[in-house]
Design a protein around this ligand. Sequence first.
Ligand code: PMP
Length: 384
Amino acid sequence: MSVVERARRVLPGGNTRTTVFVPPHPPYAVHGEGAIVTDHTGHQVIDCNNNYTALIHGHAHPEILQAATEAARSGTAFGLPTTSEVALAEHLRDRTRIEQWRFCNSGTEAVLMLLRAARAYTGRDLIVRFEGSYHGTGDAVVSPDAPGVVPGSVLVLPQNDLDALTTAMRDHGRQIAAVLIDLMPNRAGLTPADPGYVTALQDLTRQYGALLAIDEVITFRLHEGGLHQEYGIKPDLVSMGKVIGGGFPVGAIGGSADVLSPFVPQAPGAVSWGGTFSANPVTMAAGLAALRLYGPLQITELNRRGDQLRSWLRDAGVEVHGSGSLLRLMTSDPTELWWNLYHRGVLCGTNGLLAMSTAMTSVHLEQVAEAVTAVAREAQSILS
Ligand code: PMP
């Protein structure tokens, strides 16, 4: 029996994550090393997906593996806090200047925790978010019409539309706990938010006493302290995930000691938040190792490579969005694009997302450019 047949018997549709499904069925990864992934048929691809942007250093980076292995040897999980969560929180504080942190196991969970924190701190219910942005799979951040979802107290606005925002704040400002924004939303086309709009958003949240919450789960990799620092704003809360776990399951929220005070267990009316594997010591150690290898020099270099690839592709007539090390190929047929690239040796996201890793050499970059250009020439769907 093939792996696909076996998989379909025990997993709905044959796998666990809708986000990695490509029809008729995706290949199964069996090995990753540096920038190369091998699937169950032996086919090898240059990894430009990098587990949806999380693997900033590609696969099996020796220093990250060493940090994770050493941590695992000392114990993979405890019913006590560990010093490793202190170390990662200090590192995040130093690079973001955001005072306090709490860890969890995914970006989805981070967003849930962020919304809980905002509601607990403000005593308000309403959350504002933006059309087309993805913030994981919690009820508050997916379509209220989707099957199985219980709609919450959420207002969805078009991003970059200042009139819509001003009206919503005027009408509901004093009921809004937080406005949640991704400054370069992948699903909505990976176009950076307009700086004037973001400044106005900060002013309006301050004016109405709502919290400004930035979802940095994808965008943190673009700047040492997260993309919001390029906008010169000061979020009240941030959610993070992906790169900060060094390839292991992770999520986090950051904020001032004041805003996160509802999580202090002795506080009156404290928010209780657990998680058997939250702040797992293996994740914390791997995350710290990965971030230490990703300072300003490496960030600038990786962003430069992304810019280089984007400019080659644009010169070849390909419509490509994004900024720095994150690119998005715009296509009317993402499945066709995905398979055509895969057969030519490039693994992208199922919506055409490409994320650079420090494991990619300039030869890989040229090979990716050649593959995308060839695919674009064949399938008119991604030519601008
Ligand atoms: N927020 C954003 C901006 C994301 O891109 C994602 C996942 N791609 C999430 C939250 C959810 O993260 P996770 O998949 O780790 O649950």
